[in-house]
Design a protein around this ligand. Structure first.
Ligand code: C2E
Ligand code: CA
Ligand code: CA
Length: 954
């Protein structure tokens, strides 16, 4: 609660209490006559008291009349009407007071009371309207006139028709009950109003309601005094009038509150609000990012906001009255001045400023210059609004610069570079024309696919793994890449791939910029080829050969593999050059190169050292020196034969032979030069020995090779000259009854005698002679079987024929066997074919197919030398086998070696489980037989039962 209100409330309430107490006191006194000596004095006192009340009433009318219109008191009209009437009626009351001269008629107490009660009634009515805050319709003038009319009407009634007035006073007897009743009603009404105003004051906190409440209360108290007197000159009557004066003091306060205090308060509030708005405006102008200047008609500053002052680095004490040049930088002032002058003529302008800041940086601003008009419409000055556009302008200029740069880069790229953009997964999203041109793919074929499309296969997988690792980590990758165009041709690009990192820190796009370096690569390749290859034949030159040889020596050591170096020279090549000319000689050399490359494996190196000297490096010849030697000699022999075939050189036919020097290497010798020297020595040996031949560097090897060559020649002849024989070794059961025979080959040579199988069978295998020989064996054995068919005792015997790997791998092997069976008339179910485990290593399914085809006609299969090879149990299960032959090596030691007997036992059990027969080979002793019988073996072969022997016809 406001302290002022609290003060007023205690004043009002204490006044009311005092009024109550005093009135109670006064009423309890007996009637006191006053002014008895000079009764006319009372009239004057009455006039004074009433005059006070009347002036207050008139003041209230004046105040209500002048209340400002805009926030007009709702009760202004009521007050004007009410208090104008009250003033008039109270004036008439005074005029007609007993003892007064009166007007038109003489004054009388009854007439005075009529005006009094009328006045009080109007007063109560006005206060009721005020209490309800009811606004009367119509203007104040009308209500003033209404008040005057009311007073005039009552005046006329009182003067012209006095008999109409109610009887309120009877001289001598005093007040009538009517008068008292009226006074009491007024008193009650005033008390009610007082209560109403007090209650309202608690809500509104308004002093006015307090004053009104107090006025009503005092009026009510005063009214009680006017019910008691018998003559008007009694003290109680005077006391009642004093109450009226007191009540009017409060009415005055209330009216003052309404008309003066309140408007002033409003004015104060409004001023306060204006001050606040001004501060706000000032803050706003200070903080606005725009500079504002107001200038008068002489272009002197009226105002400049702090933003503008700050922006100009001038910091003047006060800008008011200064010229624009005092505030703005010279540069800016210069640019803006003409526009300010134009603005004085009513022309607004909008201009862009560019100037140098004191710190030397260039700055930009836009400025709006508008004329400020007075209310009269005349130009009163200029308003200039500055916006700092430096940042925007700098950004714009930067953007323009970078756009230009991008455009330049793009133009450069489009002109020279092959560009592709892919997404994070490498799927192409954009390509430029150059990309399409070089790859020969249309853009539509490329977009949505990956670069795999143009992968040439030139680079190993790791190459691209490294590339992806780099770019997916957000780094730039660059390198040379070989790609394949749509037509299959290769092209090279220098490639730079840049990742574009997204918001999550991972690459979201890749841009690949490539330059075509195919031409350069071709030149490089050509240069490299020239450096490492022989220009005439395109073969490796001496340098490349040396490199390859060093590498071959290294590999040979690492993988424990033999290799061979063959150095060759064309015999009498000089003669061809001399007789047919160099071009023909060159052509011959080229043809030699072609034939060499055609003869050798891709992995072998063929080089031309110069002239008619060629080198061949053969690697991976296995870890046995013997087989390496055989292979090298066979290859050399093949080369010799191929090169010795006639040459068609233009119109000439020519023939030439090579001499070949061979040296083997196995990693023990690491010096390439030494090796070449040795090959050279071997070559000289070959030349010395009459040319057209192959010589090994190693003498021992050489003689072995020579012997082998002779043996091979003789073996070839053996077939033609019928030197081969077939011996048969019996296979018996536990009772030593013959079950059949194994056919074993023998070579009976007139010079060499009986050649051991260990000597000639491997040679036959290596040279391929085993094929015709094998066929001969099969045919001979089948003839034997057919022969036995006529003998009831022998027709159940079987013959087992050993089949070599090379035979079995022949595509038409099955046909060969079927044909032999058919032509000989041998029963297929008496023929057994023995194969070894080593044959089952290649093309197992094909081998099984062949075996199954033959089994269908009754041919049976034995697995020879079981236990010595790669016995994998899994294939045993799948092979269409009928028999296992326990190798002689296990049988040899079966009596002495526990392991061997265990193996033999296991093999027998295994065979039984797989439903296979078992034959024990190489049984020489009876104890061996007995042991084998004991472990479950049922068929036997060995010297104990008979050596391989020719069949004697009976
Ligand atoms: P193989 O198939 O294991 O033949 C058994 C070899 O053991 C035969 O040697 C035979 O004479 C010998 N032998 C048999 N019982 C005894 C014995 O109690 N004690 C001793 N010490 N040896 C015994 P052979 O005839 O010298 O044949 C050697 C190998 O030559 C054969 O081994 C076979 O792999 C191969 N062979 C023989 N004839 C042919 C044939 O016509 N074609 C093919 N491809 N290879 C054949
Ligand atoms: Ca055999
Ligand atoms: Ca065997």
């Amino acid at each position: 609660m406001q302290p002022l209100y609290l003060n007023h409330r205690s004043l009002a309430l204490s006044t009311c209490a005092l009024a109550l107490v005093l009135m109670a006191l006064a009423l309890s006194l007996p009637p006191i006559a006053i002014f008895t000596a000079r009764p006319a004095d009372y009239l004057s006192v009455h006039i004074l008291l009433e005059m006070f009340a009347i002036s207050v009433s008139l003041m209230i009318v004046t105040i209500a009349w002048n209340t400002p219109d805009h926030d007009a008191e709702p009760i202004a009209q009521t007050l004007v009407f009410g208090f104008a009437s009250v003033a008039g009626l109270d004036m008439l009351h005074t005029l007609y007071f007993a003892g007064m001269p009166g007007l038109v008629v003489d004054g009388s107490t009854n007439t005075a009371i009529f005006f009094w009660l009328s006045s009080r009634a109007v007063e109560v009515a006005v206060l009721c309207l005020a209490a309800l805050s009811l606004r009367l319709p119509g203007s104040r003038n009308a209500w003033l006139i209404a008040g005057i009319v009311l007073v005039a009407a009552l005046f006329l009634i009182a003067t012209q028709r006095p008999q109409w007035l109610p009887l309120s006073y009877i001289p001598g007897s005093g007040l009538t009950p009517l008068k008292n009743t009226c006074e009491l009603i007024l008193c009650v009404a005033n008390l009610g109003l007082a209560l109403w105003f007090f209650l309202r004051s608690r809500k509104t906190q308004s002093s006015r309601d307090l004053w009104l409440g107090a006025a009503c209360f005092i009026t009510a108290m005063g009214g009680l005094a006017f019910t008691q007197y018998r003559t008007t000159s009694e003290f109680i009557n005077l006391f009642g009038h004093i109450y009226k004066v007191a009540a009017y003091c409060f009415f005055y306060l209330a009216a003052f509150q309404i008309a003066v205090r309140k408007p002033y308060r409003l004015l104060e509030v409004r001023e306060q609000r204006i001050r606040e708005q001004e501060t706000e405006l000032h803050n706003l102008l200070s903080n606005l990012p725009v500079g504002i200047a107001r200038l008068d008609e002489h272009l002197h500053l009226r105002y400049a906001n702090p933003t503008l002052i700050r922006s100009q680095d001038r910091r003047p004490e006060s800008v008011i009255g200064q010229t624009i040049g005092d505030l703005l930088l010279d540069d800016v002032a210069e640019q803006i001045r003409p526009h300010l002058i134009k603005a004085l003529d009513g022309i607004r302008s909008d201009l862009d400023l560019q100037y140098l800041r004191p710190d030397g940086n260039s700055a930009y601003a836009s400025c709006l210059v508008v004329p400020e008009r007075q209310v009269s419409g005349r130009e009163a000055g200029v308003l200039a609004i500055f916006t700092d556009t430096s940042e925007r302008e700098h950004n714009r200029r930067q953007l323009i610069d970078s756009l230009r740069e991008i455009a330049e880069i793009k133009a450069a790229l489009d002109a020279h570079a092959i560009v592709a953009i892919t997404d994070a997964r490498g799927v192409i999203t954009q390509v430029n024309d150059k990309f399409c041109a070089i790859s020969q793919y249309a853009r539509s074929e490329l977009v949505g696919r990956t670069h795999k499309m143009i992968n040439s296969g030139h680079h190993p997988r790791e190459f691209f793994q490294d590339l992806w690792r780099t770019i997916s980590h957000g780094e730039v990758w660059s390198g040379e890449v070989c790609n394949r165009a749509k037509d299959g041709s290769l092209y090279w690009v220098q490639s730079t791939i840049m990742p574009f990192i997204g918001k999550d820190g991972l690459p979201e796009q890749y841009i690949a910029i490539r330059a075509d370096i195919t031409k350069r690569k071709r030149i490089e390749e050509a240069a490299q080829r020239m450096a490492l290859h022989d220009a005439l034949t395109g073969l490796a030159n001496r340098r490349l050969m040396s490199e390859r040889l060093i590498r071959a020596l290294h590999n040979s050591q690492r993988h424990n593999q033999h290799g061979a170096l063959l150095l060759m020279d064309l015999d009498h090549f000089k003669e061809i050059n001399d007789t047919l000319g160099h071009p023909i000689g060159d052509q011959l050399l080229k043809e030699v190169a072609v034939r060499l490359q055609g003869t050798l494996r891709q992995s072998d190196t063929v080089a031309r050292l110069g002239g008619d000297e060629f080198v061949v490096i053969i690697e991976e010849l296995g870890n046995s020196q013997e087989s390496a030697m055989h292979h090298a000699s066979d290859t050399g022999e093949k080369i010799r034969q191929v090169l010795s075939a006639p040459y068609q050189l233009h119109d000439h036919m020519a023939q030439i032979t090579p001499s070949i020097g061979v040296v083997l290497f196995d990693g023990t010798l690491q010096n390439a030069d030494e090796l070449i020297k040795r090959a050279d020595m071997a070559l000289y040996k070959a030349k010395d020995a009459g040319r057209d031949q192959l010589c090994f560097f190693d003498n021992a090897l050489q003689s072995e090779i020579n012997q082998r060559a002779l043996l091979q020649r003789d073996l070839r002849l053996a077939l033609e000259q019928d030197e081969l024989r077939l011996f048969y070794q019996s296979v018996v059961d536990a009772d030593e009854q013959i079950l059949g025979f194994e056919a074993l080959l023998r070579w009976q040579n007139p010079q060499r005698g009986l050649v051991s199988t260990a000597q000639f069978i491997p040679l036959a295998e290596e040279s391929g002679l085993i094929i015709p020989i094998g066929q001969w064996v099969l045919a001979t054995a089948c003839r034997q079987l057919a022969e036995w068919q006529h003998d009831p005792m022998r027709q159940v015997w079987t013959i087992a024929v050993n089949i070599s790997a090379r035979q079995l791998s022949q595509a038409d092997f099955v046909q060969q066997v079927l044909q032999v069976l058919a032509s000989s008339g041998a029963p297929a179910n008496r023929l057994r074919l023995e194969i070894t485990e080593s044959m089952l290593q290649h093309d197992l399914t094909v081998t099984i197919g062949k075996m199954q085809a033959l089994r269908q006609v009754g041919v049976r299969f034995s697995l020879d030398d079981f236990g010595t090879g790669y016995s994998s149990m899994s294939y045993l299960k799948h092979m269409p086998l009928d028999q296992l032959k326990i190798d002689k090596s296990f049988v040899d030691e079966i009596l002495t070696d526990n392991t061997d007997s265990a193996i033999a036992h296991t093999v027998v059990t295994l065979a039984q489980n797989l439903g296979l027969e078992v034959v024990a080979e190489g049984v020489e002793q009876r104890e061996q037989l007995e042991l084998l019988i004991a472990i479950g073996c049922r068929a036997f072969q060995g010297y104990l039962f008979g050596k391989p022997e020719p069949i004697t016809r009976t």
